[in-house]
Design a protein around this ligand. Structure first.
Ligand code: GRF
Length: 218
């Protein structure tokens, strides 16, 4: 019997790409429902590009500084994604805001990982924001991407305690461990069709909500 076709995924990065590496590692399993067919960066010097290339994954560097406008960069990226037959886009430390038109053309087919328990602490410096707010729990979120920054429907979250003496670095390191666990789980749910977007609601099927470990861990 022919195997079910895997979801064709592109990962977009701007930097070191440790979340990208965790997705690539997960997708090496034969029963993982997604395959990573492209890694693209808006910075040619992004260290994650070399890591992906070493693993035989096609890479593209689209230097955003070479484009006259945000829309021109987004159009070039859109063409790359279409040419590669991409079904789903995973943002993994992609530090560039898209035009609304680009986001709309990938609506329900683009997800992101953000280092906070959204809707708290959007934008950058999330660990500093959490420390300043004095929260006792912090974490990470995988969500669908919508035009408003870090505001999309939430797929999965993992929480960590904030400990006395934590600074932004210790907190970031504790959360990164959870990011590397959560993102591959969330991508698997989306790629397998167990999670989907219905308007602005995330829909779960197959009893996913019962598996606490996949959606919220402490
Ligand atoms: C991660 O903390 C991710 O949540 C955020 O940017 C960071 C990227 O790290 N969006 P890496 O490039 O995946 O190592």
């Amino acid at each position: 019997m022919a195997a079910l076709a895997k979801t064709r995924v592109a990962i977009l990065i701007s930097g070191r790409g440790s979340n990208m590496a965790s997705l690539i590692a997960a997708a090496e399993a034969s029963d993982y429902p997604a395959e990573i067919v492209l890694v693209a960066a808006n910075r040619p010097e992004a260290p994650g590009l070399a890591f992906a290339a070493e693993r035989g994954i096609p890479t593209r560097a689209l230097d955003h500084r070479a484009y006259l406008s945000r829309e021109a960069f987004d159009a070039a990226l859109h063409t790359e994604l279409k040419d590669a037959g991409i079904d789903l886009v995973c943002l993994a430390g992609f530090m560039r805001i898209f035009s609304a038109g680009f986001v709309e053309s990938w609506a329900g087919r683009m997800i992101n990982i953000h280092p906070s328990l959204l809707p708290l602490f959007k934008g950058v410096h999330t660990h500093e924001q959490a420390l300043a707010a004095g929260v006792r729990l912090h974490g990470c979120t995988v969500h669908y991407v919508v035009p408003e920054l870090d505001a999309g429907p939430i797929i999965a979250q993992a929480a960590v305690p904030v400990r006395p003496g934590d600074d932004a670095e210790t907190l970031a390191a504790r959360i990164l461990v959870q990011e590397h666990r959560l993102y591959p789980q969330a991508l698997a749910l989306v790629a397998a069709g167990q999670v989907s977007l219905d308007g602005d609601r995330v829909m779960f099927s197959g009893g996913v909500q019962g598996t606490d470990g996949a959606l919220l861990s402490l």
